[in-house]
Write a protein that binds this ligand. Sequence first.
Ligand code: ME8
Length: 516
Amino acid sequence: MSGAATFYVTTPIYYVNDKPHIGHAYTTLACDVLARFKRLDGFDVKFLTGTDEHGQKVEKSAETAGMAPLALADMNSANFRELARILGCSNDDFIRTTEPRHLAACQALWKALVDKGEIYLGAYEGWYSVRDEAFYAEDELIAGPGGGKQAPTGAPVEWVKEPSYFFRLSAWQDRLLKWYDDNPDCVAPASRRNEVISFVKGGLQDLSVSRTSFKWGIPVPGDEAHIMYVWLDALTNYITAIGYPDATGDFARYWPNSLHMVGKDIVRFHAVFWPAFLMAADLPPPKRVFAHGWWTNEGQKISKSVGNVIDPLSLIETYGLDQVRYFLLREVPFGNDGDFSHRAMMGRMNSELANDYGNLVQRVLSMVGKNCGGQVPEHGLATDEDRDMLDAAHGLLDKLRVAMDRQLYHEALEAIWVVIRAANGYVDRQGPWTLKKTDPPRMGTVLWTLAETIRSLALATQPFMPISSNKILDQLAIPASERDFEWFGADHGLKPGTALPTPQGVFPRFVEEVAG
Ligand code: ME8
């Protein structure tokens, strides 16, 4: 792998004050699909996820639960690890911010910032939101329901007055603007990029980066009365996991091709504070930050107080893992907000998975099973229509690469479905069941063309629906070693005479239970 191009993708690390919900599952799945896609495409990939365990929010939750913060973190971190497993995630590492490797990286970054004169001691007086773990300026606050002040996110705020170290964020305004300007793709989608640029153009205040009023965090080197601001601690996870402070090895290998996938609410931390911290420590900023939108549940904002939080595990139990993976990445143009509804989920499961894709595979493979002696059929001279079908199937990979490099999952899936729909149209027009009586050799050619199209489709859907795609590839007797994208295309077409196993349905329909 040493010569391969690299790709580094990260999820946010999740707070351990809470159970995993659909938002966590969404980001993690999006990263998994991308990691799988790039691995299949020959890249040397590192996919990182993990948990954010320090800070006042976790400390308070532990207090409420009557537990030590680390005990709460151990328990909830295990839930996130288990979520990644249940989602079928292919993460290469799972980082916890309470690990010794992370303490070492944070303290090294802190010292680098001090050495560069980027951190100074002062006193913070202003608003803080524990729920958001964020400082807010007076003019950012909005009126709450009771007339009091609250954060723009709706979170409560409290007045904080304590000694604090500051990071000279104000000095980084022009260099950040230059970074956005020189790197048009460093923050995406465009709406978020514009939001970030206008925030930075509005002027930056120095950022408080240490607290003294609680203990649960990483001590500031040389001044242990202070603990590091939890966001400075948390963001550093992305470089801890690639060996920082050692700037050779994995850091040199992966950092130049890094992608941070985040939710839209935390874009400021990733696209303003984080690149400024890195540049200030003389390190390159990440290559790209992509911020996705938020899900609502049946049209309603998801909130614990409303009690409509979506549990990803129960979704998987109800609809199936590949179905949930497909739905979440198909339903919404990635980057926009989306609504989860049972109706929409069931609609896509039945019409796109069971009818379009599942039926295509099922009817073609059962015709091959019945009429071609359970073997890949011989094929004769291709007609224009056969060639068009195959070109569409083999041409898919280039379209997917373009879409996936921009994290446009919905476009990648739509390109796949264009081929699925074309294949269903081709079956209907060619009528292999009639050819069976009138022209058996031509039937063989049509069924071979379809089986080869299905091979390409199943290769293409692997990152999104690994279990179902592998079942289809099994039914085509494709060895495990011939499933990466090197095997895409005409040069590796199905070999006539290969024995195929008995076909089995891959995409079940969702059948509503009738009450009563
Ligand atoms: O923010 N739909 O952790 P977190 C989609 N520890 N995404 C949603 C969502 C929804 N309804 N609700 C939340 C943190 N999210 C920090 C990150 S990274 C160095 C530190 C997303 O556990 C949200 O946008 O609060 C965020 O990306 C993640 O879930 C929540 O993470």
